[in-house]
Design a protein around this ligand. Sequence first.
Ligand SMILES: [Fe+2]
Length: 172
Amino acid sequence: MLLMPVVNLQEHAQLLAESGKRVSVLWQHPDTLAFIARGREYRSEFHINPSDETMYMIKGDMHLHYRTAEGKEEIALIAEGAIIYTPAGTPHSPRFAPEAFALISERKRRAGEVDRFRWYCPKCDELLHEETFVVHDYAEDPVSKAYRKFFDSEIYRTCKKCGAMMPAPQAT
Ligand SMILES: [Fe+2]
């Protein structure tokens, strides 16, 4: 990897689309980590990151669902060309189409830090399930791994409070 990589975001997004992958890491260093992400057809998890994040929309719009300190779900629209800052510890769920691309900037995790993925009941908003991960390398695509663990389990997806079940995503 170049010591000082210069990345054309449009070209890199195009390469990612052609690869069929979801994530392309640009660089990973202790204080700066950047990757381009392609949207997903279906997104329901909330990510809790021990690092601050910024998300810049290279192509297409994003609806960033997030939860306030009081636990209320809000939605921020990040239009193409716009950027948002998300403080560490904010549960957030980036929802954007497979044809849309975002530049995500964070930092590498420090020793002992864990990332959390949470799902909430679609009916009563109770916490359904939490997956925790130690993110060693973003190229391992931790979001996809968390999804498989959650959606493979009807127990995880069923609300202990009201009994509602979060439906599995349609196969794509
Ligand atoms: Fe519920």
